[in-house]
Design a protein around this ligand. Structure first.
Ligand SMILES: [Zn+2]
Ligand SMILES: [Zn+2]
Length: 261
């Protein structure tokens, strides 16, 4: 059973709904033993830079780490960086200022468009958009010192809703290059569990990408809920485990020592 979840949001994210303590309570309720609170750091193309007040955030992490460790939960600090390869100076300064346990790199923007919306495909061949998206993932994996590359398949959500599931072989080259970069630079691929039961499904494409990651030398895959509220913690973990193992990989776990009483 997967008992680690290294990607979730608290009220330190603009779109988070629950406190760090509430996320910890729910994690224990679900039998998780290791979680990271990875709130958003973003540079929206047309808006102000967004980041948590990390002094307050770290104080709250410390407090909850001490509070929940006796109940068997390892609470890790972290952050989710949106398009960090395009903001390297600020990212380097931020990572030098605080000792984050878990650093996640995510693609949220492509050519100035939010990749969560179908309009990011307007006027373009979807396979060109997919190829550019994986090209950016390759760059991010090569350039930014992150442990985890998150939701590699997020672009398939608006893409599948608009055009149907992707024919993954058509973008085999850029996808494999991204997977190779992740492995070569010692990053961990994340399998985001959020859309694993989505209809229409693109899980076939997803499994193929996981197999390519394995063929390129990838061993571990982090199954992460990306929960933005307590009710989303632990979602679709059984499906995630099945996919990870079907690809020949192993669920990732940090294995930090927890002080139990
Ligand atoms: Zn994200
Ligand atoms: Zn997230």
């Amino acid at each position: 059973m997967i008992t680690s979840d290294l990607h979730m949001h608290s009220t330190y994210s603009l779109d988070g709904n629950n406190t760090i303590a509430e996320m910890c309570e729910q994690a224990i309720h679900l039998g998780l033993t290791e979680i990271a609170i990875t709130d958003h750091v973003e540079w929206p193309p047309n808006g102000a830079h967004q980041r948590p007040d990390f002094d307050r955030y770290f104080a709250e992490i410390e407090e909850n780490r001490a509070r929940f460790a006796p109940r068997g939960l390892s609470l890790l600090s972290g952050l989710e960086l949106g398009n960090p390869h395009q903001h390297r100076a600020e990212v380097d300064a931020l990572l030098a200022s605080y000792a984050f346990d878990v650093v996640i790199g995510s693609m949220h923007w492509l050519a100035g468009q939010n990749i969560h919306y179908p309009r990011c495909f307007d006027g373009q061949d979807p396979y060109d958009v997919y190829a550019r998206y994986f090209g950016e993932i390759e760059q991010m994996a090569a350039m930014v010192d992150c442990e985890i590359i998150a939701h590699f398949d997020r672009i398939f959500w608006p893409g599948t809703n608009r055009f149907g599931p992707p024919e993954i072989e058509r973008i085999a080259t850029p996808v494999r290059q991204a997977m190779r970069a992740i492995v070569e630079h010692g990053r961990i691929l994340e399998l985001n569990t959020r859309f694993l039961t989505h209809t229409p499904s693109w899980n076939d494409a997803l499994l193929t990408v996981l197999r390519w990651y394995h063929e390129e030398g990838g061993r571990f895959v982090a199954a992460d809920s990306d929960a933005h509220r307590t009710a989303e913690l632990g979602r679709n973990l059984a499906v995630a485990q099945q996919l990870i193992e079907a690809a020949g990989c192993t669920p990732y776990q940090r294995q930090v020592e927890v002080t139990a009483v």
